[in-house]
Design a protein around this ligand. Sequence first.
Ligand code: GLU
Length: 295
Amino acid sequence: MQESEFMTVPVFRFAPSPNGHLHLGHAYSALLNQRMAHAAAGRLLLRMEDIDRERCTPQLEATMQEDLHWLGFDWETPVRRQSEHFEVYRESLDRLIRMDLVYPAFLSRSDIRREMQKVMAQGRAWPHDPDGAALYPPTDRMLTHRQRAQRMNEGLPFSWRLNMDRALEHVGEPLFWQETADGGSNIAARPQDWGDVIIARKDMPTSYHLSVVIDDALQGITHVVRGKDLFQATSIHRLLQHILGLQPPAYHHHDLILDHDGQKLSKSRKDTALRALRLEGVTPGQIRELVGLQD
Ligand code: GLU
């Protein structure tokens, strides 16, 4: 065995956002991470993706950890809390600003809607991202540095958006990721489908996409195991990893646990919350059975 192979311990992570209660879908994701980490004799980390300081609270985090303990999910401590590392994300954001790959975007939702209506009134379609959201118009991307500075000085609210065309040009080669679900394959990334995604906000120097790639790299994650709802977003993650020189992990996008109507479970649904099930007397073993991960 090569020395490098010998030294590589697989590292997995479960990375919920403490903005609600864990449900069966989270239980499946956490337990699958645990099963795969154990099978690979790997490490298992828990990360709190709590950059949204309005929706994520210490109480919700405490409840989540309690539910995970109850479930039998065993993670290494300390837990990484993204809200404690804003300065790390800020550095990468500054780098992207210096590289001229992001720009301040000033349009509000209603501004975007107005732009869309104009274009659609001419019989033209407006492009949407893989999640169904309207792509950001090129308006702000065209502003001169002077116009940008002027608007920023006026104190107008803005987000930092990736200039997707420029980012793709900067990368200059097709990107792929290693997918281990469904038999495994090399997936061609399609970041262009997402348009000018938000990288940071005026008052928050990061976004889900930026923090997730930075933390996965900083924590030495080798295997990201998460729901298929994030499959398409992996294209953005590969792009950011390439630009920021971060080592990409392998990805395993698992099936989602759906409700009776075939809809994705959400944190606002009470009936599939682990709390509620536990109160009804459901045991951790029964949760494993419910999500199909009994031993
Ligand atoms: N924090 C994300 C969520 O709760 C998951 C991020 C990830 O696993 O990459 O949906």
